[in-house]
Design a binder for this molecule. Structure first.
Ligand code: AVI
Length: 332
């Protein structure tokens, strides 16, 4: 019989800007842009799960392959008695590979989406009855603390899926600095990072032939129509994803092929023909580039693994005593 999940509400007081505020600010911006977290309502989360199974979307299966091969080395690096802290879901096969190799006594899942967090941690608690399961509802782009009652003496933090890639470099550095604060000296951070590669491979991954990524992107506008007072017509926009090589990122946009005006919550927004709403960046790193970023946040890269085609990487970083290095001081 599984133990109950210990739930910790660590949402900041001023929590999140509401969908309404994010959308109005994003459509009023120049250029128009919304944060990628707006994708993940129930339908968006389901579509993302489907993206992960598309043949062109290599990150999920490649990271799983890397983890399956490296799981025992990771367990050795984390050491006996390590606990596991996962940033994000808990729903995936990836964390199960680690749980089986490490056999930790306790697990903490951190996510902002309470429903998703409760469901995924409950599943882990029933599948691993000996595991003490904690769930913290928190925003990991803000400073974090380990909740009371969680054994944080030797934690390994796990941040899979190259979710770090959805943060612009200064935000990615701030996020790594938050994780540095969370961990004790010597603590480990295992992080999945997507790598720079040929444009064709990258662009195919965000333009799958079945149209699932397009549906995921357009669901943002469907969400605006469903949840806000708006006359926006999603079929008057088209999905566009391309590799911006200079910035080393995939950009996703919703393009208005013709001039149009849309109303949202009583405000009107004009789109010129060809103008877009920028919905996501997904940064792609070189191995050295990511190690340098991690070093600036006070992590020492111990080991990294890639697949034979060097599509994706998983890094084991160790938290050092040093904190954030300002860019000027490290020559970046
Ligand atoms: C969640 N994140 C790492 C995905 C990515 O690849 O940037 C989100 C995604 N967007 C389109 N496809 C997948």
């Amino acid at each position: 019989m599984a133990l109950a999940v210990r739930f910790h509400d660590q949402r900041p007081e001023d929590a999140e800007r509401s969908l309404r505020e994010e959308v109005l600010a994003g459509f009023a911006g120049q250029p128009k842009a919304t944060p990628p977290k707006l994708f993940y309502d129930r339908r968006g989360s389901e579509l993302f799960e489907r993206i992960c199974r598309q043949p062109e979307y290599y990150p999920t299966r490649t990271e799983e392959l890397i983890l399956a091969r490296a799981a025992h080395d990771i367990a050795d690096l984390a050491g006996q008695g390590a606990s596991l802290v996962e940033l994000g879901s808990g729903a995936s096969r990836k964390v199960r590979l680690l749980l089986e190799a490490m056999q930790p006594a306790s697990y903490l899942g951190i996510d902002l989406s309470e429903d998703f967090l409760r469901a995924s941690t409950q599943r882990l608690a029933s599948d691993y009855p000996a595991l003490e399961v904690h769930a913290a509802c928190a925003d990991f782009s803000r400073p974090l603390t380990l909740p009371d009652g969680f054994d944080g003496a030797h934690p390994l933090a796990f941040f899979p899926g190259s979710s770090i890639g959805n943060f612009d470099p200064p935000e990615a550095l701030a996020l790594l600095a938050n994780l540095h604060e969370l961990l004790p000296e010597g603590g480990g951070l295992l992080i999945g990072v997507d790598l720079v590669k040929e444009r064709e491979v990258l662009e195919a991954a965000y333009n799958d032939r079945a149209g699932v990524t397009a549906a995921f992107n357009l669901n943002l506008l469907e969400r605006v129509r469903r949840e806000l007072d708006s006359d926006i017509e999603p079929d008057q926009f088209v999905h566009r994803a391309f590799f911006n090589e200079a910035a080393s990122r995939i950009e996703m946009h919703l393009v208005s092929p013709r001039a149009q005006e849309v109303a949202i919550e009583g405000e009107r927004f004009r789109f010129a023909a060809g103008e877009s709403l920028h919905t996501e960046n997904s940064y792609k790193y070189s191995l050295e580039g990511f190690r340098e970023l991690a070093g600036r946040a006070g992590f020492r890269p111990l080991t990294q693994w890639t697949d034979p085609q060097a599509l994706f990487s998983v890094h084991y970083l160790q938290r050092t005593r040093a904190g954030l290095t300002p860019p000027a001081a490290c020559g970046a």
